[in-house]
Design a protein around this ligand. Structure first.
Ligand code: SF4
Length: 740
């Protein structure tokens, strides 16, 4: 007891530990009760007597993990030594997975809001209420008055059940996911460029490439194991690395060339690079013309993007541009990687397709060590695309507006094809607008937290309050979103359920259920199927086990790009990370696609112009707000805020400002700053650095109003969205800073 008391006193002291350089800041301070409980538990954790195979549920790298269990409790997580992706290694998030399970805020019972309070109810009443309310809403207002919004960290079988229920049984395509917030522009860009969603590369390309071209992407923080592999290959093979980022991130610090670009001007830079590659004769025009559409049009289009013009607009000097062009021109195999810095923009899709012009015209496609290599921020963003758990898709990358596709899937689903809607469903920005307009009346949110993660969150909160009926299915309560629910459904998470998932290199993995969910929590599949059966869809949801769902999904992939008829749970258990397509039992998986240079059609080149963000810095709000992540937290921290060691590293938001701005404001490292946009304000401590442009500030996006008053960074961000993909523009809002 004495030891615990001492710890609690220590933990209550929130203090700042500034590094010797004065450039970085570590914030300490976390829930003392939870902190001491978890640390004491970890010290005395029993030895695991059983081990289960799983995959880290955070990023799209998809590291294999072994989950150690004793007495139906997860007591250890280790990197899987024989997994091809991580070979036993885990980053700080993966190493701390044990702590996300038995937390004091686990939602253990179904609950119903009565007045302003939540009251526990039985499962029978909960599922009856959801089924009745959905039926009444749809009967009265039509199927499109309902929407489901799910996370991008769920398993293939879960997405499959949601898709079948929403699109096949209810007759609306309003099934959306939080992948919209992180990779929508990237995916739409790939589809526009290739003619289909076609990730071509694999992680083994890292060791083959001689150049890494990294744009708007900081894998050192967001995908540490992937980044470690990049750095190992860089050292061993002397691979060159070009990084394009307005911040001198840890990734940028390792680059041979860092282009510290003015925020948002990537299209101009990529067009200028393309122009120089063509004009300096550094590409094989004949080869480029043979695999692409409209090469001559692109050549003409980029002529106005002269190095001088690019320097003026992007801040990248003619000399640096020339060095970059030479490196690309000399490369025998270049990998092109990008992330939120391109995707989270009003012209995110334009940025991605302008980037993809470069590998297409330089022959960096359809060969080992070359091409676009996109690793998503959420673990199963690839799975949900394959399953078609997006408003415009059906399983196997089919489109909802394709009548043959609807008929094919209706047959497998055993539903009436006439009931399936040909109209693409709503994206999350449109869902929220439709709630505000009174067109969507009922929303079912699964493991997602839009009241924290969507831009302009004060508007989101008002909007969620307008719903007639909000179901929140989650493993934690409260979250920023769960408080708006009418019904709370306690869900199992990660090691408490089984299934399969695909990582960003199309690698398929099995996840074994290691422990039972706590309290009365149930698996997501069981919850949704219980409601579906009560709404009359017993026949469609007669699966006896999770594997039955996988087997039905496999049928939807026959002859499709992601054909996985050669896989079974048993095979995935033995052969980890096999990459689709795997059409037969004898097939060994497909590391790289298009090695025969046969693409879905000719590759599309993009003739893009730059467009400014919706909101530009001005006299009143003179700085750019850039948001992003830190290594030690994940998304809105529903999981990572429970881990004491992660909170010790970063437990509250901070504002990274350039040293000249700090001097002008008479601000010292650790002083409180007030950051204001046209939509809201945030108060946080200053981190002073020269790693950011003078006209920008950076704030991590993990914190919202549960972290405290004026701690919600998305109170500042703007409701501006990519014109094609509807992904929010998190990296371009205008703000001002004052000493608080
Ligand atoms: S790199 Fe990604 S998948 Fe691997 S352990 Fe870290 S968060 Fe998990």
């Amino acid at each position: 007891m004495a030891e615990n008391k001492d710890n609690m006193q220590l933990n209550r002291r929130d203090f700042l530990k500034l590094s010797a350089t004065g450039l970085s800041l570590t914030l300490v301070g976390f829930n003392p009760v939870l902190g001491t409980f978890q640390e004491a538990y970890a010290k005395n954790a029993p030895q695991a007597d059983q081990w289960f195979m799983s995959v880290c549920p955070y990023c799209g790298t998809g590291c294999g993990v072994n989950v150690g269990v004793s007495n139906d409790t997860v007591v250890a997580v280790k990197g899987m030594p024989d997994h091809p992706v991580n070979k036993g290694e885990l980053c700080i998030l993966g190493k701390n997975l044990v702590g996300i399970l038995n937390t004091p805020d686990r939602l253990l019972l179904p609950q119903k809001k009565v007045g302003h309070q939540f009251k526990p109810i039985a499962w029978e009443e909960a599922t009856d209420t959801v089924a009745t309310q959905l039926k009444e809403t749809i009967d009265k207002n039509g199927a499109d008055s309902f929407a489901m919004y799910v996370s991008a960290s769920e398993y293939i079988e879960e997405y499959y059940v949601y898709n079948k229920f929403v699109k096949g049984c209810l007759g609306t395509n309003n099934l959306e996911s939080s992948a919209r917030l992180c990779w929508a522009s990237g995916v739409v860009g790939l589809v526009k460029a290739f003619g289909s969603d076609s990730p071509p590369c694999c992680f083994d390309d890292i060791e083959v490439a001689d150049l890494f071209f990294v744009a708007g992407y900081n894998p050192s923080s967001s995908k540490p194991i992937f980044f470690k592999r990049l750095m190992k290959a860089k050292k061993a093979n002397k691979t060159k690395m070009i990084v394009i980022d307005p911040r001198r991130t840890d990734t940028a610090k390792k680059a041979d060339i860092h282009l510290q670009i003015k925020p948002g001007t990537d299209v101009i830079l990529f067009n200028a690079i393309t122009r120089e590659l063509i004009n300096k004769g550094l590409i094989d025009e004949k080869e480029a013309k043979s695999i692409t559409q409209d090469f001559d049009k692109l050549k003409e289009h980029v002529q106005s993007f002269t190095p001088k013009f690019a320097e003026e607009k992007t801040g990248i000097s003619e000399r640096q541009l020339s060095e970059v062009v030479q490196l690309i021109g000399q490369s025998k195999g270049a990998l092109f990687m990008w992330g939120q810095g391109l995707n989270q923009s009003r012209i995110g899709t334009r940025k991605v397709t302008s980037l993809l012009n470069i590998p297409f015209i330089t022959g960096n496609i359809g060969k080992a060590g070359a091409g676009p290599l996109a690793v998503t921020g959420q673990s199963t963003a690839m799975s949900l695309r394959e399953v078609g758990a997006l408003p415009n898709l059906l399983p196997g990358f089919r489109k909802v507006n394709d009548s043959q596709a609807r008929q094919d899937i209706a047959k497998i689903w055993d539903v009436d094809p006439q009931k399936m809607s040909p109209k693409p469903g709503r994206t999350i920005p449109d869902i929220l607008n439709a709630i505000e307009a009174g067109e969507i009346k009922a929303l079912w949110i699964i493991h997602s937290n839009p009241a924290a993660t969507f831009p302009d969150t004060s508007w989101v909160r008002k909007t969620l309050n307008k719903l007639d009926f909000l179901v929140v299915q989650d493993c934690y309560h409260p979250t920023e979103t769960s408080q708006f629910a009418h019904i709370l459904l306690p869900a199992a998470q990660w090691a408490e359920k089984d299934g399969s998932m695909t990582n960003s290199e199309r690698g398929m993995n099995l996840i074994e259920q290691a422990v039972q969910p706590p309290g009365k929590a149930k698996t997501d599949i069981d919850i949704v199927m219980a409601v579906a059966r009560k709404m009359g869809f017993e026949k469609q949801f007669s699966f006896q086990k999770t594997e039955d769902i996988f087997e039905e999904f496999k049928r939807c992939t026959t002859g499709r790009p992601n054909d996985i008829n050669g896989l079974t749970y048993a095979r995935m258990g033995k052969e980890k990370g096999l990459q689709w397509p795997v059409p037969t039992a004898e097939h060994k998986g497909t590391k790289r696609r298009f090695m025969d240079q046969k693409f879905p059609g000719k590759l599309n080149l993009a003739m893009n112009q730059h467009a400014d963000p919706l909101e530009m810095p001005d006299k009143e709000f003179p700085l750019w707000l850039l948001t992003g992540l830190v290594n030690e937290q994940y998304h809105s921290r529903t999981r990572t805020s429970k881990i004491p060691s992660l909170n010790r590293a970063v437990s509250e938001p901070f504002v990274e400002i350039h040293s000249e701005n700090a001097k002008a404001l008479d601000v010292m490292a650790g002083d409180l700053l007030k950051v204001t946009s046209r939509r809201g304000q945030l108060t946080a401590r200053a981190v002073i650095t020269d790693n950011i442009l003078k006209d920008a500030v950076f704030i991590p996006y993990h914190f919202s109003f549960l972290a405290g008053k004026d701690k919600s960074v998305n109170d500042l961000t703007i409701r501006s969205f990519d014109e094609s993909a509807k992904q929010p523009e998190y990296k371009a809002a205008a703000v001002k800073i004052e000493k608080a």
